[in-house]
Design a binder for this molecule. Structure first.
Ligand code: HEM
Length: 120
């Protein structure tokens, strides 16, 4: 296996772990009223944007081809997920209403999984 392949597979592993951090937190606390683990969700949202962009770069470096329209949609959704996670975290710290932003981040991350897997 070429060394860039190893880098790409490791990035993909971290990408999947970032997805787990967002969606896992969302599923566990979907019906919660307080105590939202917004820090975990925010860490996952940052991980997705960073590893996603790195994956695109490595794929291009390997001449593997990238579906630009799909990546544009994923990046747009991931940025909204990130903003929602930031809002949820800020609200949690100041004792405000967390649930709407928490649900927006979790729900849109699920949509991004569907885009990633179904759009081939
Ligand atoms: C909440 C945000 C995101 C979620 C839930 C997510 C989910 C996934 C999943 C499930 C896969 C594996 C399935 C597949 O390869 O089709 C994947 C792969 C990939 N994602 Fe994401 N993603 C997110 C954000 C992003 C962003 C922002 C980018 C780029 C700007 C990106 C770029 C990629 C690329 C290039 C791959 C393919 C890696 C490879 O096989 O070489 N993702 N993503």
């Amino acid at each position: 296996m070429e060394s860039l392949d190893i880098v790409r597979h490791l990035l993909l592993a971290v990408h999947i772990l970032g997805l787990a951090a967002i969606v896992g937190t969302f599923f566990v606390q979907m019906r919660a009223k307080d105590g939202f683990a917004t820090g975990v969700m925010l860490a996952g949202a940052i991980t997705q944007v960073v590893t996603g962009l790195a994956l695109v770069g490595v794929r291009q470096a390997e001449d593997l081809g990238v579906n630009n329209a799909k990546i544009a949609v994923k990046l747009g959704l991931a940025v909204v997920v990130l903003v929602a996670a930031i809002v949820a975290h800020a609200q949690a710290r100041r004792g405000g209403k967390v649930k709407p932003a928490f649900h927006a981040a979790g729900g849109l991350a699920v949509v991004n999984v569907l885009v990633a897997v179904l759009w081939q």
